[in-house]
Design a protein around this ligand. Structure first.
Ligand SMILES: [Zn+2]
Length: 40
């Protein structure tokens, strides 16, 4: 399984969709700080 992250809730999940807000999650990487700046 791949670790995913919801860009809205900023929470990690294993699902394709966030269980909270139902938005599509993105793949989580080790350098999550960089992703954070890219997703803005
Ligand atoms: Zn969410």
């Amino acid at each position: 399984m791949k670790l995913k992250k919801c860009p809205e809730c900023k929470k990690y999940t294993l699902k394709e969709k966030c269980p909270k807000c139902s938005s599509k999650t993105k793949e989580a990487h080790y350098k999550f700080l960089r992703i954070k700046s890219l997703s803005k």
